[in-house]
Design a protein around this ligand. Structure first.
Ligand SMILES: [Zn+2]
Length: 61
């Protein structure tokens, strides 16, 4: 099963690509239990894959 979406540019899975005031359900899911934060945008997400410059939120110093 390898169904590809017609365009990878059409659907983003990056929290950074959503507008800050977005009420998207997807965005809610992606930021539900944030463990990573983006160093560029300051957004947070559950997975590092959803940020352009991910960094662990609770990093050991
Ligand atoms: Zn970012």
């Amino acid at each position: 099963m390898s169904e590809r979406k017609h365009s990878e540019q059409e659907s983003t899975n990056k929290v950074c690509d959503y507008p800050p005031d977005s009420k998207s359900k997807e965005l809610k899911l992606l930021t539900k239990d944030p463990a990573y934060v983006c160093r560029d945008c300051g957004r947070s997400a559950t997975s590092h894959e959803n940020l352009c410059r991910p960094e662990r939120m609770f990093s050991t110093w």
